[in-house]
Design a protein around this ligand. Structure first.
Ligand SMILES: NC(=O)c1ccc[n+]([C@@H]2O[C@H](COP(=O)([O-])OP(=O)(O)OC[C@H]3O[C@@H](n4cnc5c(N)ncnc54)[C@H](O)[C@@H]3O)[C@@H](O)[C@H]2O)c1
Length: 325
């Protein structure tokens, strides 16, 4: 029988790509999402439950009804900037949501949990690239919610004897190469979809947030990792957590950084279009340089990013935006 995996936030960007990957590897993904930020038409590979991760009854019923084996927790509010405007909302959804899920897992005797964590737990790091034993010092409410979730899960794992892995994504980007999914946030705060939107609308400007960072061209440097590579890491994490007790955290990044201006230039090459750029101010909570050391995930999970070169990332994202400007 197919193993059923509960994917909270499975109607969102990363969650839907995880479901696609699970289905193509013989699992049944069961999506649990309240659609505040997701899209029901992203749910294509298994059942959908419209529910809030802060409802223990809804979570327990779903685990029961679908005979859930393991859980992947992606549901969250995930905009760094918004987290400064609505910090309590972020703590409620992200922290209370995760604690409620952990309680449901405990009560339903689920033994494996994989969590969406973030490079935002590191804040503005001095030593680069960032390894998992770098100091955890988030500089945004969003990053703080992720570090609290990790700490709570660490404690719950040792007390309640379940296994959990936090995957600290760097900048998730790109889309399914068959054009079946895309990054569709509203509002969109992520770089590549905003560049591609700007390119497909010749009357629009792209707002470049900050040109005075201490980097080679003054714009932020980030580590972009293809969402399909991120999705594949979840399957490896599930397998690892099945046989290794306790909590563990892994960076998911490539180890290479690209500045915003470099990404713009790549997008112009891929599309053959020219972007109209308007230079603006820095956003709060944006460190100048954030690049992963992914050695631990490579060595222990045997994860290897295979489609995270910047040309593939931009080309795969353009497959959707080129058709849906
Ligand atoms: N996108 C990135 O680059 C990135 C980087 C690091 C970490 N992450 C983390 O990865 C996860 C997924 O991110 P994403 O970019 O796919 O975001 P997303 O907004 O596309 O997906 C999140 C999903 O969670 C759902 N959701 C929100 N609140 C909920 C609630 N109370 N109950 C049930 N469902 C709820 C939304 O409807 C949405 O479908 C998040 O936990 C995010 O913090 C993302």
């Amino acid at each position: 029988m197919m193993q059923s995996i509960l994917v909270t936030g499975g109607a969102g960007y990363i969650g839907s790509h995880i479901c696609k990957e699970l289905a193509s590897n013989g699992y049944r993904p069961v999506v649990f999402d309240n659609l505040t930020r997701g899209h029901q038409d992203n749910v294509k590979w298994g059942p959908f439950v419209n529910g809030d991760v802060r409802s223990i009854e809804a979570l327990r019923n779903t685990i029961h009804q679908y005979n859930i084996d393991s859980v992947i927790h992606c549901a969250a509010l995930a905009y760094v900037g918004e987290s400064f405007e609505k910090p309590l909302e972020y703590y409620k959804v992200n922290v209370i949501g995760a604690l409620t899920l952990i309680e449901a897992i405990r009560l339903e005797h689920i033994s494996t949990l994989v969590l969406s964590s973030s490079c935002a737990v590191y804040g503005s790091v001095g030593i680069l690239p960032v390894s998992e034993n770098s100091v955890i010092a988030p500089i945004s409410p969003y990053g703080r919610t992720k570090s609290i979730i990790e700490m709570a899960t660490t404690d719950a794992c040792s007390h309640n004897r379940f296994s959990s892995i936090a995957l600290r994504y760097f900048n998730a980007a790109g889309a399914a190469s068959d054009g079946s999914l895309a990054e569709r946030h509203e509002p969109e705060t992520h770089l590549i979809p905003n560049i591609l939107k700007g390119l497909s609308d010749s009357s629009a400007h792209f707002l470049l947030n900050g040109v005075d960072f201490d980097t080679s061209d003054g714009t932020c440097v980030r580590d972009y990792v293809h969402v399909t590579d991120i999705a594949k890491a979840h399957l490896l994490a599930l397998k690892y957590a099945k046989v290794n007790a306790g909590f563990n955290a892994f960076n998911l990044g490539t180890g290479s950084g690209f500045s915003i201006r470099e990404i713009i230039s790549e997008a112009e090459n891929v599309t053959g279009l020219k972007l109209r750029v308007k230079e603006g101010l820095r956003r709060p909570g944006d460190p100048p340089y954030l690049v992963a050391n992914p050695a631990k995930a490579k060595e222990i999970l045997k994860w290897e990013p295979v489609c995270s070169d910047i040309t593939t990332i931009v080309s795969d994202a353009w497959k959707y935006f080129g058709r849906n400007p």
